[in-house]
Design a protein around this ligand. Structure first.
Ligand code: ATP
Ligand code: MG
Length: 201
């Protein structure tokens, strides 16, 4: 088993994050958490890569469809379809159009609870309801309702892996082995070392 400090997660700054000039602000929020940046690059993804990326989790279609339907019902509105798989088919088509429209920044963040820490800093999927203090809650304003009216994906600045399993599968889609850099950050000692000797002179 790998040490928890080696947990990794994939983050994408989506085309809206790049266009809004938020690359620096977004990286800053992850960086100051204590996680380590293990890889980073800018690219324009193909629709094929986007589809493979979202389908690494075999449950994604069902989960995302159900989550969307619940969100409609909670607001007293009727969802675009009662069938979760139909709902996700529309979302996936829209994601493939959205993600290829401009450059994205792909990153791997590493450290203790990397997946959970990054999801917490990122916030919930829908910017309208994601918590204040999170990237999606603070830095943008989209909703399921408006994205549906306009027939497009929710623009929520970021993708962040949903589990360690997904993360490992996603990372190999976006990065070659040589692009993942193994190095130490001096600050990791205060996060992970058992004995903090050597601080006092
Ligand atoms: P991501 O996987 O991008 O980090 P997430 O895990 O919070 O986001 P998912 O449910 O995996 O959300 O959905 C993937 C992406 O699809 C969302 O980030 C959003 O851009 C888009 N999306 C999801 N649900 C909807 C919806 N109901 N309407 C429009 N777009 C949606
Ligand atoms: Mg997801």
């Amino acid at each position: 088993m790998t040490h928890p400090k080696e947990e990794r997660t994939l983050v994408l700054i989506k085309p809206d994050g790049v266009q809004r000039s938020l690359i620096g602000e977004i990286i800053c929020r992850y960086e100051r958490s204590g996680l380590k940046l293990a890889a980073m690059k800018m690219l324009i993804p193909t629709a094929e890569l986007v589809e493979r990326h979202y389908l690494v989790d075999p449950e994604w279609r069902m989960k995302t469809g159900k989550k969307t339907i619940e969100s409609y019902l909670k607001k007293g509105k009727s969802p675009p379809s009662e069938d979760p798989l139909k709902v996700t088919e529309i979302i996936l088509g829209n994601l493939k159009k959205y993600m290829v429209q401009g450059p994205v920044v792909a990153m791997v963040w590493q450290g203790m609870h990397a997946v959970g820490v990054v999801r917490k800093i990122t916030g919930g999927t829908e910017p309208l309801t994601s918590d204040v203090g999170t990237i999606r809650g603070d830095l943008t304003i989209d909703s399921y309702e408006v994205s549906d009216i306009d027939g497009r994906a929710v623009r929520n600045l970021i993708h962040a892996s949903g589990s360690t399993d997904d993360a490992e599968k996603e990372i190999v889609l976006w990065f070659n082995k040589e692009e993942l850099i193994k190095y130490k950050l001096v600050g990791e000692a205060i996060l992970y070392d058992i004995n903090l000797d050597g601080i006092l002179e």
